[in-house]
Ligand binder design. Structure first.
Ligand SMILES: C[S@@+](CC[C@H](N)C(=O)[O-])C[C@H]1O[C@@H](n2cnc3c(N)ncnc32)[C@H](O)[C@@H]1O
Length: 585
């Protein structure tokens, strides 16, 4: 017996209820796809206006229900498309508006999510539980939108509560960075403006992440457990890339490790959630499993040990994930940024002041270790490190002495002797402050053993600097402490050389200028007058003092002030009617 349309729809709806209870989302989606085509077919052929009105409502609800199911299976673009189809039929359909808000939030499009939610709220009676929930969601949208603009995050509550609460809600953020060609041949992430230590650079969610507790180290099952986790992780990535062409396109921008000499430089803006969809249609959407495997090999990150520790996870905890824009950050053994894992998000922030145009780098592995160890770790990552610190340590004329000290440190005996010998070496080799930091970081294990033991500290006496001073000169230091004059000032020999040669040359030139300017007949606005030149001399001396004792910024500011005062005082002298007070010629 042939069923009427109403009966068919009724049957499909009760089947759908069963599937919801079983949480069989795939079957639920298939069922609603069938229901949608049934409705569309009757709408096209039908003529009865009343029936067609009710059929449109059914179709709208069907799209809305399928959107919910697609959202649950993480097919966000499919869900968004269904929400839009439902809203085309009924622009005020509250269920579809709420679903669309959630999808947009998951796509990190905070502003359209707020707009959508405002429409949903307009159609709801105030005071109801649903309206209250929508209002809370709107508050969340607003918070995330503000955060995605400024990048400023507040995780203090979470930290103060011992990381026990739910991870804080963090918005996607791409700060003042761009992708450019790096000195190591590939691409890298660069600062587009000067940044202070602590500035957030990128906050982004993982494409996928796999976490687990591995068996105790030494257990034969450890490696196979890791392999199983890796396989699950790869499957997850392939599934997501297959579903979302945008994600696949972005994954294809990452390095396979086999690029030609002229790598493609993608725009960092592509990695922003609001990048226009048209930008993603340029490349093949075919899933190339070999290529993706190579990309995962080069770009996957394990969750940083530090993050897992502070989050109270177990020692053999293991987490691996893929984060898109952070994949362009190269390694350096003297990094200027750090990454912190919060939930499935990674936060990259400047760990010291960064100059505009400087490459952003973080450490892929523990850099508080000797050159040879670091080289081995880089080899495991598949590259030879070409960072400034490695280049310095390889090229230095005292590399053999450093190697001997490393061997002595690894031997473990007379650990304080290693530290004292390095401190003596640093004085003898006359290395700059920044490079002292590099070398101390290489023997950090010896330094930390000494600083942790009162007995060893007593034995070393004043032959080694205080722990705080060493940490200050190390890799955690801020760029301004590395500034040339800061480094100069920290070294008594350099200050002595400076006092003996550089400053006398500066003062002699000023004195010569002082005696010869009256002969040159300088224009009055330059103060071609000895009295005023004397003032210039005093100001220049102040500028010099600033330059040496403060930092470069203060020195430059003092220089500008000196010149202004010089010219200003020339005018003042003329206005007050001073004539040449003391002319030599
Ligand atoms: C996650 S990717 C970094 C971005 C990559 N440079 C690109 O062009 O997309 C990691 C790869 O970058 C290269 N790399 C990263 N840091 C490096 C360094 N300090 N020295 C040399 N190569 C480095 C290595 O080839 C490494 O396998």
């Amino acid at each position: 017996m042939k069923l009427s349309l109403d009966e068919q729809l009724q049957q499909l709806r009760s089947k759908a209820t069963e599937l919801v209870l079983r949480e069989d989302w795939q079957e639920y989606i298939n069922l609603y796809s069938h229901l949608i085509s049934l409705c569309r077919h009757h709408l096209l052929s039908g003529s009865d206006d009343v029936a067609s009105g009710s059929l449109q409502r059914t179709l709208c609800l069907a799209h809305s229900n399928r959107a919910e199911a697609l959202f649950r299976t993480r097919d966000l673009s499919g869900a968004l498309h269904d929400c839009d189809s439902a809203l085309d039929l009924d622009p005020a359909h509250v269920k579809s508006l709420l679903c669309k808000t959630r999808v947009l939030l998951d796509l990190h499009r905070y502003s359209p999510a707020s707009d959508c939610l405002k429409l949903a709220l307009a159609g709801q009676t105030t005071g109801t539980a649903a309206a209250e929930a929508a209002r809370e969601l709107l508050e969340r949208c607003r918070k995330l939108e503000a955060q995605s603009r400024s990048g400023k995050l507040d995780i203090s509550d979470w930290v103060l509560n011992g990381f026990s609460e739910k991870c804080p809600d963090l918005a996607e953020y791409v700060g003042p960075v761009e992708i450019r060609r790096s000195d190591n041949g590939g691409r890298g992430l660069f600062a587009t403006k000067s940044l202070e230590a602590g500035t957030p650079l990128v906050v982004t969610r993982a494409v996928a992440i796999e976490r687990g507790i591995l068996p105790e180290s030494g257990d034969v099952h450890g490696e196979s457990a890791r392999m199983v986790m890796w396989k699950d992780f790869v499957d997850m990535i392939l599934k997501i890339a297959d579903k979302c062409s945008r994600t696949l396109y972005l994954i294809y921008q990452l390095s396979t490790g086999t690029e030609q000499s002229e790598p493609q430089i993608p725009d960092a803006g592509l990695f922003k959630p609001d990048a226009a969809d048209e930008l993603f249609d340029r490349e093949s959407k075919e899933l190339d499993i070999d290529r993706i495997l190579k990309i995962l090999d080069v770009n996957c990150l394990t969750e940083e040990e530090f993050s897992s520790k502070i989050q109270g996870k177990q020692n053999n905890y293991y987490g691996v994930g893929l984060w898109l824009l952070p994949s362009f950050v190269n390694h350096s053994c003297a990094p200027n940024a750090r990454r912190l894992h919060i939930g499935d998000r990674v936060v990259i922030h400047a760990s010291r002041d960064v100059k505009a145009g400087e490459e952003i780098t973080y450490a892929y592995f523990d850099v508080l270790s000797p050159l040879d160890n670091r080289r081995k770790m880089a080899k495991r990552w598949g590259f030879e490190c070409g960072c400034e610190r490695c280049k310095f340590e390889v090229a230095s004329c005292f590399s053999q002495e450093m190697r001997d000290l490393e061997m002595a440190m690894k031997g473990g005996a007379n650990i304080e002797g290693v530290v004292v010998r390095l401190e003596e070496g640093l004085r003898k080799w006359m290395v700059k402050r920044k490079e002292k930091g590099f070398l101390r970081a290489s023997l950090w294990q010896a330094y930390s053993s000494v600083y942790e033991s009162e007995r060893l500290m007593r034995r070393c006496g004043r032959r080694i600097p205080a722990a705080a001073a060493v940490a200050e000169s190390g890799l955690l230091d801020s760029e301004k402490h590395f500034a040339f004059y800061g480094a100069y000032h920290s070294n008594p020999t350099n200050v002595f050389i400076h006092a003996l040669f550089v400053w006398p040359i500066f003062y002699t030139s000023l004195i010569l200028f002082h005696f010869t300017t009256p002969l040159l007949n300088l224009p009055s606005w330059l103060g071609g007058d000895v009295l005023v030149l004397n003032l210039g001399f005093v100001f220049a001396a102040i500028f010099g003092l600033f330059y040496v004792f403060m930092d470069r910024k203060a020195g430059s500011l003092a220089a500008v002030l000196c010149i202004l005062c010089w010219i200003g005082s020339a005018h003042l002298a003329r206005r007050l009617g001073f004539s040449l007070a003391w002319k030599v010629c």
